[in-house]
Design a binder for this molecule. Sequence first.
Ligand SMILES: C[S@@+](CC[C@H](N)C(=O)[O-])C[C@H]1O[C@@H](n2cnc3c(N)ncnc32)[C@H](O)[C@@H]1O
Length: 314
Amino acid sequence: MSSVDIQLHAALARAVAGVPHHELRGRVAALSHRYRTEQVADTAPGMRDALDALAYAVVRMPATFRALQTALSTVEHQPTTHVDIGGGTGAAAWAVAALWPSVTTEVVERQPAAVRLGRQLAAGNFAQDWRWTTADLRDWTSPTTVDLMTIGYVLNELTEETRSDLIRSAARSAKTIVVVEPGTPGGHRRTLGARELLIAQGFTIAAPCPHQGPCPVDWCHFAARLPRTELHRALKDGTRNYEDEKFAYVVATRCPVRPAAARVLTRPIRRKGQVVLDLCTASGTAERVVVPKSSPSYRSARGAGWGDEAPMIR
Ligand SMILES: C[S@@+](CC[C@H](N)C(=O)[O-])C[C@H]1O[C@@H](n2cnc3c(N)ncnc32)[C@H](O)[C@@H]1O
């Protein structure tokens, strides 16, 4: 675990101290069901009060933090200013601070209970204090241009119209935009919708796509592995000591980008004497490449992981 993971788990453990586990377990189950079945909408918020916010933070925040951190690690230009939209309890702010500790961050979130908990979790953990704005994103626009805007696990909660308005407004006020959604077919579609809008606004796609053309696959998603704490297991009936958070994402920017040669789209298959890679290529096609042991690219192909930029295959 990184030091930020440890800080986050410690902050969560402090926040649940004294809260009866059976009450939290009930909220965790209900909240997990609402999010898993994508029953969260403008009119049916996921988090409704302080106990919901705590349940969300304990069982979802470490995973959304890790997915956001993975997506953000593809951003090439170090930001100095960051706005997180629909920030919940602060997962994206934690991810940005873990990568670039001196960034100035503002979190915009409509649920006061999430904002209160977010502040409490962050307190004392970072050199920079974040600004928290309790607002509905439909009534909020950034007064200045920021280097980086994150929109993590939010599009799902918005109507199609609000989603498009949000992306267009983000395009007017941010140089780089990172959208992360659950790694479901629906999450992939919503991410693609944002990608198309951002290309139309003059942005270049920096990741995961190595091209600017139409998406060649039905379902593009990735996985971020994270440790599961005892608290998480106790509240979610899990036994494994890790989980794989599946997510879809897009990084779009007005800054110059160094395009990847290709992206690994699924978990590589490592057989005796060969590696099989499913790739999205710079020419905008999806291709399966078999790299035999005799290939000069074999070593680098063996080291490639799901979601990585693919090595040059010769
Ligand atoms: C699934 S949570 C994601 C939280 C955080 N971004 C993360 O990745 O953990 C979605 C968040 O978006 C917020 N949200 C949804 N609609 C919103 C709106 N219209 N204005 C502001 N926040 C909104 C919700 O309150 C919730 O905190």
